[in-house]
Write a protein that binds this ligand. Sequence first.
Ligand SMILES: Cc1cc2nc3c(=O)[nH]c(=O)nc-3n(C[C@H](O)[C@H](O)[C@H](O)COP(=O)(O)OP(=O)(O)OC[C@H]3O[C@@H](n4cnc5c(N)ncnc54)[C@H](O)[C@@H]3O)c2cc1C
Length: 286
Amino acid sequence: METTLKVKLISHTMNPELVIATAGKLCYSPSNIDDLMEKQTPESIEKFIKMITSMGHGSVLEHISFSFAIEGVSRSLTHQLVRHRIASYSQQSQRYVKEIQFEYVIPQDIKNNEVLLKAYEKNMEDTQNLYDEIVDKLIYDYINDKENYGEYLNIQLKKCNIDKDEFEAWKNENKSSDKFVNELRAAYKRLCSTLEKKAIENARYIFPNSCETKIICTMNLRSLINFCHHRCCRRAQEEINKLAWTMVEEVEKVSQLLSKTLGASCQFGPCPEGSMCCMMPYEKKI
Ligand SMILES: Cc1cc2nc3c(=O)[nH]c(=O)nc-3n(C[C@H](O)[C@H](O)[C@H](O)COP(=O)(O)OP(=O)(O)OC[C@H]3O[C@@H](n4cnc5c(N)ncnc54)[C@H](O)[C@@H]3O)c2cc1C
């Protein structure tokens, strides 16, 4: 099933504008920090932030950070996102979380073509079916292929406090059943979940880049500005471009002033893309 982008700013530094202005002014003031904080007015803060960002003195922007909860994006997108190294990430694991019915992103150009869309969706359905098949077949192998997994199985039985002889007897009774793995799931839940973890970390290799994922990303403002310069740009891929602009909107909800520091490079100076320039610059923000 097609997924949809969901982005939420789940946390940010308290009083971000005041923190930036105080940190910046401290560098040049003989005052103590309490006095500096009290002296600030909304006008002086705005003036200072505009000045510091236009001068590119970014270190004071590092005092504040934003955490975004991002869902309904593809693994293709997160591969691009995590290239932004000055950030912290926590992503849902395909090794530990079984995909019961994986969701996926469909690029707009594929959606625009009925035939391609049908083939694309069929491929996703086939992939889920093959994934399920691989998981079940591997679990079966872990239990029955003594040559490759005998020692591994013995350790897992021990860990799960399962008597080996009792288990062998159960196995011989159920081996011919078509629903062998389902029977195992019902009878030996803990063992099955252990074996399943090993199976899904192998089965996940068949998933496409389009597979939906969830990630929490924290960036300080300096890094977020750099991220937006690159990814709000029309040259960025459609999906991450949409994410970047949605992140800007989320920041705007908590600070209109700071959101004005976020956008594509061309909004703050000349386009840095040279011959790759899209020739459709956004409206300037400064
Ligand atoms: C349109 C587009 C196309 C792209 N195409 C490709 C591609 O084809 N192949 C590809 O591999 N990538 C590609 N990228 C990714 C791109 O090269 C960057 O890796 C990504 O945008 C992260 O940028 P960054 O390094 O500035 O961010 P961060 O990693 O967050 O770094 C922020 C800043 O910190 C500084 N910094 C960080 N690490 C170091 C370091 N080790 N040494 C010195 N300074 C450092 C730099 O000033 C850097 O700008 C593409 C990006 C875009 C936007």
